[in-house]
Design a protein around this ligand. Structure first.
Ligand code: HEC
Length: 111
């Protein structure tokens, strides 16, 4: 009987880990990560899109330009880049939640 209990507990462990990890996938970046993303936007993205994101080598990321596009296109562009243009993919550095937050940020929401 004791052994059965231990076995059951062992079997339940992975499920517990999954449950604990779930909110991390689903939720948006935490406050510290948002600060990092903000400075990434200004510095790394800004190096091509202009320090005020009004355009440079990269196209303008202004509110008007961003609101004209749907979220999924922007999300895809950020994660995968635009082959054949200097826009690099960011999926090595950004999670989907990070990129989704950046899209909302570019659209003028300040989540
Ligand atoms: C090395 C230069 C470079 C960097 C760094 C860069 N981009 Fe870009 N980005 C571009 C270029 C060039 C384009 C235009 C591609 C095209 O011609 O379609 C672009 C396009 C985009 C677009 C699509 C704009 C539109 O109107 O379709 C988005 C969104 C975007 N970049 C976001 C970002 C974000 C967010 C970052 C930082 C995480 C970033 N970019 C960093 C060069 C860059």
């Amino acid at each position: 009987m004791k052994r059965l209990c231990v076995l059951l507990m062992l079997a339940a462990l992975p499920a517990l880990f999954l449950l604990a990890a779930l909110p991390a996938w689903a939720s948006e970046p935490d406050a510290a990560r948002k600060l990092q993303l903000d400075s990434l936007l200004n510095q790394d993205c800004g190096s091509c899109h202009g320090m005020t994101l009004k355009g440079g080598l990269g196209s303008p990321l202004t509110l008007d330009a961003m609101r004209a596009q749907d979220d999924d296109t922007l999300l895809y562009t950020i994660l995968e880049g635009r082959p054949g243009t200097p826009m690099p993919p960011w999926k090595m550095m950004l999670s989907e939640a990070d990129a989704r937050w950046l899209v909302r940020r570019l659209k003028g929401e300040k989540p």
